[in-house]
Design a protein around this ligand. Structure first.
Ligand SMILES: Nc1ncnc2c1ncn2[C@@H]1O[C@H](COP(=O)(O)OP(=O)(O)O)[C@@H](O)[C@H]1O
Ligand SMILES: [Mg+2]
Length: 437
């Protein structure tokens, strides 16, 4: 612990874990003001800048590997950010967009704190499926903010929607729907006035632009806050006048793809803990949006016939509507006469990330599929004990597009499943667009 005397306007940068106790005067950090007797914390491996608004005396406690440094003039964007957003009316919806590691999560916290300071009831939505700060990876999550925060990681998801993957490529229409649904929920259930939406850093390419523009047209946010390095957001914000543009903090930490992957893997483990092994009856708790194991099972004779037609061994088959689902030795997606045949290779389910959903389509918890006993329609899954306790409210199990190993390491994106979960006629333009890109 060390005492510092700060002159008005002086800016320090701190990398956590750290705790700053304001003893006298007042200090600005991440959109909130801390005066004598209050304190804020900086999480491990996170950085933030704080500034003395008036002469201040602070006591700084640094944890392992924490760093405190005085910022050089012009090195921090805190005043620029504050200037740009100070006049925004934050009731309604605000959305933060930008590439990766530009400070989107930090800006989301700044806006949430500002809205709080203005006396509004505030919720934040984290729509960053790769690096979600408030909920598990592969989700879009919402939480209320009731006191000032220095990082989005200080609030926990109160509702989440499972997005099945760490990237929204080819599945983003569901993300737009999920954000809308969470906003409606927050308005209805919590009567929040201000909703701040954080987004993922996927901004390059035609599909990413289409996704972000679709978010803007569907949410019609009151404020768009764009954190911009060069002209990378121009296509997305074209035509909008309610855009506030700021630049990223120059000293922001850049993380590698590998860093991000490790962070996610630790998150899966954290959210699927303590681990429980459950046996699920898929007759009672079906797969969401997939006819596999529904309808009627094919007897051995029909199975043999189907086997000759597709020219592969069939372990299990069921007919749901005009689709024939088979567990076989390869991925098959074929039309045979009036039937659509969907084939999944035996063992396709091993290690798939799953989301257990309630009747409103909200996530009760993540899990991992260990094995399905096809003829008995029994699935063995791993999930957390918290999710186990919520199982009575479960309505279906949604398959993810990510395969994990026992250590929760991502080993594969199972893109073949996309075809079955999102038949091309349902995905419409998206699939066609992605296919031709
Ligand atoms: N003023 C700052 N100076 C230096 N680093 C910062 C500052 N503000 C935030 N950071 C760090 O920069 C990194 C990226 O910020 P973050 O808000 O997580 O960006 P994004 O959500 O766009 O990935 C984080 O590690 C964060 O702690
Ligand atoms: Mg972020």
């Amino acid at each position: 612990m060390k005492i510092y005397l700060l002159e008005p306007g002086q800016i320090y940068r701190v990398e956590g874990p750290a705790r700053i106790d304001v003893m006298e005067g007042s200090v600005y950090a991440v959109g909130a003001i801390y005066s004598g007797g209050s304190h804020f914390t900086v999480l491990r491996a996170r950085k933030l800048a704080f500034k003395a608004i008036e002469r201040a005396k602070v006591s700084v406690t640094l944890g392992p590997n924490a760093v405190l440094e005085l910022a050089k003039p012009g090195e921090e964007v805190l005043d620029e950010w504050e200037g740009a957003i100070s006049k925004l009316a934050l009731s309604g919806t605000s959305i933060v967009i930008g590439s990766i590691d530009v400070g989107k999560s930090t800006m989301t916290a700044v806006l949430a704190n500002k809205a709080l300071l203005n006396g509004l009831r505030v919720a934040v939505i984290d729509a960053d499926v790769g690096q979600n700060d408030i909920g598990p990876p592969t989700t879009i999550s919402i939480s209320r903010v009731t006191r000032p925060i220095t990082s989005l990681r200080q609030v926990q998801a109160e509702k989440s929607v499972f997005m099945q993957s760490t990237s929204l490529e080819r599945i983003w229409p569901r993300a737009v729907e999920a954000v809308k649904r969470l906003i409606a929920y927050a308005r209805r259930t919590w009567s929040v006035d201000a909703i701040i939406v954080n987004t993922d850093g996927w901004i390059n390419g035609r599909e990413a632009i289409e996704y972000k523009r679709s978010l803007l047209t569907e949410l019609r946010p009151n404020n768009i806050v764009a954190i911009k390095i060069e002209n990378e957001l121009d296509e997305i914000i074209k035509g909008y006048s309610n855009v506030t543009i700021v630049r990223p903090p120059p000293a922001a930490r850049l993380r590698t793809k590998e860093d991000r992957k490790i962070h996610r893997e630790m998150s899966y483990a954290r959210f699927i803990f303590p681990l429980r092994e459950l046996s699920i009856d898929l007759d009672k708790l079906p797969l969401c949006g997939l006819g596999l194991f529904r309808g009627v099972d094919l007897g051995s004779e029909l199975r043999a016939m189907a086997s000759r037609i597709v020219n592969s061994h069939i372990t299990y088959a069921n007919q749901a509507g005009s689709t024939l689902y088979i567990i076989t030795d390869q991925w098959i997606s074929r039309r045979i006469g009036a039937f659509k045949v969907v084939g999944l290779p035996e063992g396709f389910e091993r290690g798939l990330l799953i989301g257990i959903e309630d009747s409103e389509g909200f996530l009760l918890g993540l899990g991992v599929l260990k094995k399905i006993y096809y003829d008995r329609k029994k699935a063995v899954i791993y999930t957390s004990s918290k999710t186990e306790r919520a199982m009575s409210r479960a309505s279906c199990i949604r398959l993810g597009l990510i395969r994990l190993n026992e250590n929760f390491e991502e080993i594969e994106r199972v893109s073949q499943l996309l075809k079955y979960l999102y038949p091309s006629d349902e995905l419409g333009d998206t699939m066609r667009g992605a296919g031709s890109a």
